[in-house]
Design a binder for this molecule. Structure first.
Ligand code: ASP
Ligand code: MG
Length: 350
C-alpha cells in the first residue's frame, strides 16, 4: 500500500521515538512518504524573528533544534548548513518583506525534516523543487498539475524502497520559497497523497482524532469514528485545529481518505472520507470583536444570532470572552442523547 504519514509539531517534540518506530514498522510492507511540521512553538518564534530580527530569538531556535537532535542521538552537524542559512537570512536581499518572511518561516520544517530523515535513514526532499504554488506568499495555493509531474521523482524513490521525508508547509514560486498558511503541513501531506495516488494520508498528532468538541477545552468531548469530508471542511473553516481546511478541500476533491491518530501508542481514532457517523461537532473561533461557534449536525436551541448556515450546520455570534464556556454548555446539552451511541461504537471498535 502507498501511504503518506504526517507528524505534527507536538508529536515530533514529545513522541519522536514513537513516530520513528511507526515509520519503520509501516515501511516494511508499504511505500511510505513522510511529511513533518516544525517542532511545536518554532513557527511562532520564526514569525517573531522575521519581525524583530532579534539575535536572541535566532539563537534560541538554533539551540532548540541542536539539543533536540542530540537528545535523539543525532549528530547536530546535520543541521549545520541550515543553521547557517537562517543566520544569513538578514544579509540576503529580497524583493519584498513577504518573500523574506516566507524564507525565514521555512526553516522550522526544514530542520525537522533533516533530523527525521537522518533518524529513519530516509531521503530529505527540498520542497520548493517539487511543490509548485502561486505567488500568494504566506498562504499559497498549490498548483497540483505542475506538482504532480514533479512528484514522479519521489514516486521513483519510493518504488526503490526509499522513504522520502518532505518538510511540510513550504512550496516554491519562481525562485522563491512560499509558505502554505498556518497549519499548512496538513496541506503538504494531502498534496503528496494526491500526487502519489496514496491509499490514505495519516495525520498523526497528540490526540486520537476528531472529537465532538476540542478535547483540550471540553473534557467529555467524544471521539468520532467517521467524519465526512463536508463535515471536516466546515469544522476546519470554523476553528477545528485537527487539520487545515485547504487540506480537507483537496482530499475531498480527490477522494483521499484521511486517517487521524495519536503518535504516542499509534492510536488511530477517526477516518475522514465519504462516510459520516452523524455525530455533532462544535467548533469555535474566539476572534475580535466577537466569538463564533459552529454547530454541525444539530440545531441547538440558543438565542445567539445566526451568522451563516448550511444544510446541516450553523454559526452563531457569541460574546468573545465567553466563547469557550458557551462551547462547553452547548456541547453538554447536545451530547446527552448521543451517549448510548458513543458507547456502542467504542465497544465495537475496541
Ligand atoms: N509549522 C507550521 C505552523 O505552525 C505549519 C504546520 O505545523 O502545519 O503553522
Ligand atoms: Mg496543525
Amino acid at each position: 500500500m502507498r501511504l503518506v504519514v504526517k507528524f505534527g509539531g507536538s508529536s515530533l517534540r514529545h513522541d519522536f521515538h514513537d513516530a520513528v518506530q511507526l515509520v519503520k514498522m509501516l515501511r516494511d510492507e508499504n511505500e511510505i512518504a513522510v511529511v513533518v511540521s516544525a517542532l511545536k512553538g518554532i513557527t511562532d518564534k520564526l514569525e517573531l524573528l522575521s519581525k524583530t530580527r532579534d539575535r536572541k530569538i535566532l539563537k534560541s531556535i538554533l539551540l532548540d533544534y541542536a539539543s533536540f537532535a542530540k537528545k535523539h542521538g543525532i549528530d547536530p552537524d546535520v543541521i549545520k548548513s541550515l543553521s547557517r542559512g537562517l543566520s544569513f537570512a538578514f544579509s540576503l536581499n529580497f524583493p519584498d518583506d513577504r518573500i523574506r518572511r516566507d524564507f525565514i518561516l521555512s526553516f522550522g520544517e526544514l530542520f525537522s525534516a533533516s533530523i527525521f530523515a537522518q533518524a529513519i535513514d530516509g531521503v530529505f526532499i527540498e520542497p520548493w523543487n517539487v511543490i509548485q504554488t502561486d505567488g500568494n506568499f504566506g498562504d499559497a495555493e498549490v498548483d497540483i498539475a505542475k506538482t504532480r509531474r514533479l512528484f514522479t521523482r519521489i514516486r521513483d524513490l519510493m518504488e526503490d524502497g526509499k522513504v522520502p521525508v518532505i518538510p511540510g508547509f513550504i512550496g516554491g514560486f519562481k525562485n522563491f520559497r512560499t509558505t502554505l498558511g498556518r497549519g499548512g503541513s496538513d496541506y503538504t501531506a494531502v498534496v503528496a497523497g494526491t500526487c502519489l495516488r496514496a491509499r490514505a494520508v495519516l495525520i498523526m498528532s497528540d490526540v486520537e482524532g476528531i472529537y465532538t468538541a476540542d478535547p483540550k477545552v471540553v473534557r467529555d468531548a467524544k471521539l468520532i469514528p467517521f467524519v465526512s469530508y463536508d463535515e471536516a471542511l466546515i469544522a476546519s473553516k470554523f476553528g477545528m485545529e485537527a487539520i487545515q481546511w485547504k487540506a480537507v478541500k483537496l482530499a475531498s476533491e480527490n477522494e483521499i481518505p484521511l486517517l487521524f491518530g495519536r503518535t504516542k501508542g499509534w492510536w488511530m481514532g477517526t477516518l475522514v472520507s465519504g462516510r459520516s457517523s452523524g455525530m455533532p461537532i462544535i467548533t469555535y473561533k474566539a476572534e475580535e470583536p466577537y466569538g463564533i461557534i459552529c454547530v454541525i449536525n444539530e440545531h441547538p436551541e440558543v438565542s445567539y444570532e445566526v451568522i451563516s448556515e448550511g444544510k446541516n450546520w450553523a454559526t452563531f455570534r457569541v460574546p468573545r470572552e465567553e466563547t469557550k464556556k458557551i462551547v462547553g454548555e452547548v456541547h453538554r446539552r447536545i451530547i446527552e442523547k448521543y451517549l448510548p451511541f458513543a458507547k456502542a461504537v467504542s465497544v465495537a471498535i475496541t
